[in-house]
Structure formats: C-alpha cells, structure tokens
Design a protein around this ligand. Sequence first.
Ligand code: PEP
Length: 247
Amino acid sequence: MTRRKLAAGNWKMNGTSADLVELEALAKAHPTPGCDILICPPATLISRAAAAASAQIAIGGQDCHQKDSGAHTGDVSAPMLLDAGAQYVILGHSERREDHRESDTDVRNKVVAALSAGLKAIVCVGESLAEREANNTLDIIGGQLAGSIPDVVTGDSLVVAYEPIWAIGTGKVPTLDQIGEVHDFIRIRLETRFGAGVGRSTRILYGGSVKPANASEIFAVSNVDGALVGGASLSATDFSPIITALE
Ligand code: PEP
C-alpha cells in the first residue's frame, strides 16, 4: 500500500496577511511536489490563504465546532471552513485539549462534523511526559484513538497525527524507536478496528519539534507518512527543506 506523504504546517495563533508571502515562496520552491502540502493558518486567513495558494498547496483549519451553525459566539463550523476554501481541519490538537478542555468525545463529534462537510480530518493524539515516564504511552494513545475517531471514516478522509505533548515546541524529540513503536501501534489499531483497506491507507503523521535537521531520519521510520509541523512551518525557508525530505 503506497500512501501519499503529507507535509502539514500548523501556524497556530500566528500570521497576518503579510505572512501569505510564505505560501507564494513555498509554491515557487515546490512547483510539482512529490508529496501533499498543507498549511493551516489561523481562521482569519483561510479565505485569503486559499486564494493565494497555488493548486499544489492545500489549506486547512485548526479546529471546527461540532455543529454546522447556531448560537456559538466565536466558533467556526466545518461547512464555514469548507466555504472559506479549506480542505482539511486539525482536530484534537493537545493545545485545544488543554486550553479548551476538549475531551475525546468532543473531538469525535468534531470529526463527524468535518467529514460530513467534506473536509479531511487530522486527528491528533499524544501522551504527556508524565504518562510516558509511567510507561502508559500506548494505553493513552489507544484510548484517544478509540474515543476520538468515529466509525464513519475512510482512508482518504482520516489522517492521524502522533504528537507527544512534551515534544511540541520544546526542541525535544522521541527516539526513532519510540516514534516507530507508536506509529506501528496506531497502524495496528486502525487495521484492527477499520479493516485493512482503511487501516493501511490512513496516513499517520509525526509531530513535535520537526526541523530541517531531523526531518529525514524521522521520515525514514516505519509508518511515518509525513509530519505535522508547528514552528518550522511559519517560514518557507524552514518548511521547504522538510517538504523536500519527504518528497
Ligand atoms: C504542533 O503544533 O503541532 C507542533 C508539532 O509544533 P512544533 O513543530 O513547533 O513542535
């Protein structure tokens, strides 16, 4: 089973219209990319990013509400993201789980909303440092997969991102063996639950302090189908070599 690799950038709460030049620089550097490229800017920039991005760069949201519309001040729904030009949405990022107390059930409901709207969902899972040190990593990941992913997924519409919380924005990265252990575990869980078709075609990204200097060795690990990149996705200078390492 060949899975097309995915280099996904999460700009988090960073970026104004002046930063859209980074998209142009990325498009110029990768006119015929050998992998999928995705940028998830803040919601305020999605429309303009989608207009500025060339065909080879997809745009995504960083969250969506579980309802399509209604009295939810400040929230953005999946159909709204689609309408703005998004093709993907990141759901269950550890910063959302922490800052907004999102539970696995919340994430699951958001995934249902995203898929119903026609978006692809990137579902984030990952353990804290305390959970890893207590040897609970696989239990935590297994629970998050079971709780956050609904039954109605396809290999095309679902992406899973393994992001150890302690590696996000810290410069710390798990060993390659640790990354491989979790990615193999996620693959087996997906195959067991959804069957070989969905289980083998779902892409599994690694996220957490991916930089140009460590990207190649991480991408060589089994069942790593790309990366979800925070800080290093903000500039084309940093993100472009990560994309090249994946191509
Ligand atoms: C992220 O926010 O998903 C992330 C992985 O961040 P960073 O690459 O900065 O660690």
